[in-house]
Ligand binder design. Structure first.
Ligand code: ACO
Length: 338
């Protein structure tokens, strides 16, 4: 029996009788005020600015203060995305949050953000796909909008990895930062040439032991820490992300020449460079924030989108390719016409 593909390789948004499409109407981001440089880390653990820059491209990261929780930062990013879209919270009828660092086991961070925004209709839920949380969220939101289940959806990535890092483990603690990013997606029947063209999400649980958070709320009172086999993650990231970007282009009969911007998950400059080269993009077509934000997991893509939209690089009509890989392993890509 042939199983259906996980790829939503349906007809692109341009199909006239396929309404509604899902357009990105607003993008927002939030970064904690406190910046921690590589040198500051090197004053506390056995590392150096040179090692971190060379291996990852990271120079600094933002670290949350106690009041900057996943809910708080997600709400700020959501408000900025709604402002950018020129709408109020009353336009929202669904909230999807990708996070590995929720404030509580439940209620879901998405429901807490819904409450903070004063939204009282629709639905809200968190999804757990680690660094792929934003790509997964966009995929689910697009499917639900196309199915007519909701019309105005906030997809948010919000993470406080600083609270799950082992700050004595130099192999992981130098890699991550905190922050939140959000997009406001809307059902759209007017601009048939814009919106989410296709999404492609994957998971392979065989590799759960190369990147995970040890000790969940469902276990005993073990402290939660991120554990990673960096070399293995690197190896899988390059291969699987290459597959995901090829898949997105092939599904839409596009080539690298059609892409205006690659907005990748910001884990490591070497992985990002490898993807840019594979797609034959000029370096300036790749949006990079990892140098200043480090890896903010599910928040990294919407934070990068926010930066490139606000500084005017991404313009209406541009074709954007997003891609991510995270613990699970989970990975995916999406093509979006802004
Ligand atoms: N400072 C100085 N030395 C260090 C540090 C550090 N912060 N961390 C590790 N080292 C040392 C190691 O102890 C080792 O020393 P040894 O040779 O004496 O044993 C040496 O550096 C090499 O260690 P490796 O782990 O082999 O270094 P590698 O070149 O693989 O780089 C890194 C490590 C940067 C983590 C790399 O494997 C990587 O980027 N992997 C991808 C992981 C990733 O991006 N994860 C994010 C989550 S998943 C995702 O978002 C895609």
């Amino acid at each position: 029996m042939t199983l259906p593909s996980t790829t939503s390789d349906r007809a692109p948004c341009t199909t006239p009788d396929r309404a509604p499409c899902t357009t990105v109407n607003g993008v927002g981001g939030y970064l904690p005020e406190r910046i921690v440089t590589n040198d500051e880390l090197a004053s506390r653990i056995d590392t150096s600015d040179a090692w971190i820059r060379e291996r990852t491209g990271i120079t600094q990261r933002h670290i949350a203060s106690p009041h900057e929780t996943a809910t708080f930062m997600g709400e700020q990013a959501a408000r900025r995305a709604l402002d950018a879209a020129g709408v109020g919270p009353d336009a929202v009828d669904a909230i999807i949050v990708g996070t590995s660092t929720p404030d509580q086991g439940f209620p879901a961070t998405a429901v807490a953000i819904q409450g903070a925004l004063g939204v009282t209709r629709g639905f809200a839920f968190d999804l757990s796909a680690a660094c792929s949380g934003f790509v997964y969220g966009v995929s689910i939101a697009d499917a639900m909008i196309r199915a007519g289940q909701c019309h105005g959806v906030l997809v948010i990535g919000t993470e406080v990895y600083s609270r799950i890092l082992n700050w004595q483990d130099r192999g992981t603690c130098v890699l991550f930062g905190d922050g939140a990013g959000a997009v406001f997606l809307r059902a759209n029947t007017e601009h048939a040439d814009r919106g989410i063209i296709s999404t492609h999400i994957h998971a392979d649980g065989r590799y759960g032991d190369i990147l995970y958070i040890d000790g969940a709320t469902g276990q005993t009172a073990k402290p939660q820490h991120l554990v990673m086999n960096g070399r293995e993650v690197f190896r899988h990231a390059v291969g699987k992300l290459a597959g995901a970007v090829d898949e997105a282009l092939a599904a839409n009969h596009l080539t690298h020449n059609d892409i205006d911007w690659l907005v990748p998950h910001q884990a490591n400059l070497r992985i990002i460079d490898a993807m840019g080269k594979r797609l034959n993009l000029r370096p300036e077509q790749v949006v990079i924030t990892v140098d200043r934000h480090a890896n903010t997991s599910a928040a990294s893509i919407p934070l990068a989108l926010d930066e490139a939209v606000r500084d005017g690089r991404i313009q209406p009509g541009h074709l954007i390719l997003i891609e991510a890989l995270g613990g699970g392993l989970t990975w995916g890509s999406a093509l979006i016409r802004f």
